[in-house]
Ligand binder design. Sequence first.
Ligand code: ADP
Length: 447
Amino acid sequence: MIKKVLIANRGEIAVRILRACKDLGIQTVAIHSTADADAMHVRLADESVCVGPPQPRESYLNIPSVISAACVSGADAIHPGFGFLSENSTFSHMVDEHGLIFIGPKADHIAMMGDKIMAKKSFARLGLPIVPGSDGAVTNINKAVKMADEMGYPVLIKAAAGGGGRGMKVARSRLEFVEAYETARREAGLAFGNDRVYLEKYLANPRHIEFQIIADKFGNAVHLGERDCSLQRRNQKVWEEALSSVITPEFRDEFGRKIARSIGKLGYLGVGTLEFLYEDEKLYFIEMNTRIQVEHPITELITGVDIVREQILAAGGNKLSLSQDDVKFSGHAIECRINAENSETFIPSAGTVINYYCPGGPGIRVDSALYDRCKVPPYYDSLIAKLIVHANDREQCLARLRRALGEYVIDGIDTLIPLHLKLANNPDVISGNFDIHFLERMYEENQ
Ligand code: ADP
């Protein structure tokens, strides 16, 4: 049994993990940079260790500092959260080497899924449908052009090691392709230290649908249904819903069980998300994330499963507390990502929060690390809070969401609250009529 967890993260996800640990009677150790000394996750943890200066690579990404903090504080496990070191297989391997438990899958599975080419091949072998494209990396421009011509334009060039919506280039013609291919390789090499790229058919108007899974070390794996994360900006999610209105209960059950069987066969441990694009009533696998996902709370609200708790228990060697037949879906949930960004220009906004007032009432959950007069430093991801709403059906959920957005006060910095209000009142969003390009189009129309 895990007794003490070091949380190798910050912000709302560090607080979320802390809460799960407290509920389980597990001691917590926060790490922080000098910029975060007064942060909420530090205040709420039983202990805290400063791991370096503000720049992430010198603190939250500094593997020796993070592992030393765990050893010095006597933690027996490390929870990486999302971002930072969560999908770094070297880190998870080193955590293991130090006799600590990494709360996540085995290093081999992180490495396999971190390479999107390998991930696609693995799931194709297990019988899941994948987005049509090149069979592997394309390293030669002549072969790449030939392949793109055969696939038909538009074609997407994707970095094998890409993530966070980065490392993708669309080519709409052969002429565009040659330049896009070279740029994609160069940028992937610089951004990810790996210039392998592959080609994918660029789907015109898909929705982003993803399935949450959880597995234990005994080979038990269940799926917790899907989330629709089509409302994105620059390939990054802004608003997520569970369940999706385009997936029927029969399809969910059959496809979800197929996914869970594949995960069981892989011997995967912990939580994960399989991401798909949905077009013409078909799902196509694009990638798997091997960590807790930002949008996990909407699945928690419709299933009643505490996913972070299950994740910690599974890492500690426990059996899953539920079987597939125990998973029941109730009502509808929506999450709005409240980023510290200007809602027109999306320029990040740092500063001190004032007049903080958090919404409440029936169906409202806010995951954040904000408090009145807290600082939002400029060094980190701009996600500062998640407004998560649950109701019996989508219509009621949207009404509660509008009510909560109207109550939410975060002064002193710019946030995406005005954008979410616009979305919550948009007739197409209300009728569920959107795809991954919806936000792009909305902004183009406003230009
Ligand atoms: P990342 O790891 O950077 O998040 P993904 O492969 O998950 O990259 O893709 C992120 C988003 O990019 C998807 O949700 C979708 O909006 C868009 N996208 C990815 N692949 C395709 C594709 N083949 N056709 C159209 N859009 C795509």
